[in-house]
Design a protein around this ligand. Structure first.
Ligand code: UD1
Length: 421
């Protein structure tokens, strides 16, 4: 198992290219099942979650290759309609194949994902969506077993906006008979990218980026070439890193329109940003001002940036409250940040952070993807050495993060960690 060794206190300076979005790549890959043929998706990051989805598509029968960030998916010979537990338990986003498999084969057998470090993460809305489109669903032996002779468009009103359920229903409805309307749809850029991909294949989806999406079913979709969007969470994570360490960094190949809430929060925290549509520069000097915030669906502050923001606020000049309204138990990073000297108390779904003068390096452990990012950030700002174990969590969603940080001047290395039994 690998660990990161970080010697904190080095400012970050330079220019960095942002990778393609993980959370868009995964549904785009699943959507390639809708149109038998050879698809090419550009700007796909080389990450563990992407390899897991590629593995799943291969089990289903597709040929998948990733070469220099271009993914080729040949979905002609697919015939297996199952997502096995062994894969789904390692990556919940595997459930994205439910809609495409049902649309293509009229059948799908997808494992229920089970628990998660952030507390309960049900898939009831995915199931509800498929049922509304006419699928028969049985939950059996830990699997969602779905069947539909024909999918028929319907009006689906979600009680909460769900990224995954919106994406899954869009894919299932793309070739359903008639029109589907999703009310309280997710507005996230990753969902817009998925809809644009389906439209490029010949789909008819409107209302992109709004909370009401309309899908006019078509009889056939054709494979295409498509450009994935940049990763807004990777960009936000690097901005917080620079805010913590000080320095001047320019991030390129991003879409500023996707990152507005993080930009606003950093400006409120006293940092200087120069923003253009595909580039942002941050000049950071001194401590952050305390900024309270609540996570919210897009265009609000993303829950996937909550942990990194808590790291930044741990060294702020004052106290702040950070509330997660999406995942109310997503605070496993707090106990690890406390090991570095952070003063944080969690009350319900709010972290009350009292900024301290300095953090001090210590051994800490990754618990999930964004929690790991927050610990790297804290380690970069802490005095002395931080050893971060179980970095396989970070490899799920950040492409070569240690190399990217090193190119900006950070002292971070990957080492083999002996397993102690
Ligand atoms: C996606 C992202 C994840 C991000 C999250 C919220 C991917 C691969 N993952 O996850 O990184 O943190 O959006 O922006 O894109 N819910 C239900 N029932 C359901 C589905 C969701 O109650 O069937 C609830 C969830 O518990 C949560 C809220 O809806 O409170 C939003 O979750 P959702 O948007 O579905 O998250 P994911 O798509 O799983």
């Amino acid at each position: 198992m690998d660990k990161f060794v970080i010697h904190g206190g080095k400012p970050l300076n330079g220019t960095l290219k942002i990778s393609g979005a993980k959370n868009a790549s995964l549904p785009l890959m699943a959507a390639a099942l809708l149109a038998p043929g050879v698809h090419r998706i550009h700007n796909v990051p080389d990450l563990r979650d992407v390899s897991t989805m590629a593995h799943l598509l291969r089990i289903i029968g597709a040929r998948v290759e990733l070469h220099e960030h271009t993914m080729t998916i040949d979905s002609r010979d697919c015939s297996f309609y199952e997502a096995p537990y062994e894969l789904v338990k390692t990556m919940r986003a595997s459930v994205y194949v439910l809609g495409p498999l049902l649309a293509r084969f009229g059948r799908a057998r997808v494992s229920l994902p089970g628990g998660c470090a952030w507390g309960p993460r049900p898939v009831d809305l995915h199931i509800l969506g498929m049922q509304r489109l006419g699928a028969q669903i049985n939950l059996q032996d830990g699997y969602i077993e779905a069947r539909a002779k024909e999918l028929v468009g319907a009006r689906i009103t979600f009680p909460v906006a769900s990224v995954g359920a919106t994406g899954n229903v869009m894919m299932a409805a793309a070739m359903a008979k008639g029109k589907t309307i999703i009310e309280k749809a997710a507005r996230e850029p990753e969902i817009v990218a998925l809809a644009e991909y389906i439209n490029a294949m010949g789909g008819r989806i409107t209302g992109l980026g709004t909370d009401q999406i309309e899908i006019e079913g078509v009889s056939e979709l054709k494979p295409v070439e498509f450009e994935n969007i940049p990763d807004r969470i990777e960009a936000g994570t690097f901005l917080c890193a620079v805010a913590l360490t000080g320095g001047e960094v320019t991030l390129t190949n991003l879409k500023s329109a996707h990152i507005g809430a993080v930009f606003d929060s950093l400006e409120r925290a006293g940092f200087n940003l120069t923003v253009s549509p595909e580039k942002v520069s941050i000049q950071a000097k001194g401590r952050a001002l305390p900024v309270d915030l609540r996570t919210a669906p897009f265009p609000g502050f993303p829950t996937d940036m909550q942990a990194q923001w808590i790291s930044l606020m741990s060294l702020a000049a004052g106290s702040s409250g950070i509330t997660d309204t999406i995942y109310t138990d997503r605070f496993t990073h707090v106990a690890e940040l406390q090991r570095l000297g952070a003063d944080i108390r969690v009350e319900g779904n709010t972290a009350l952070v009292r900024g301290v003068d300095h953090l001090k390096g210590a051994p800490v452990m990754s618990t999930d993807l964004r929690a790991s990012a927050s610990l790297i950030l804290a380690g970069l700002a802490a005095q002395g050495r931080t050893d971060l174990s179980r970095v396989y969590h970070i490899d799920r969603g950040y492409e070569r993060i240690e190399e990217k940080l090193r190119s900006l001047g950070a002292d971070i290395s990957r080492e083999d960690e002996p397993i102690v039994t």
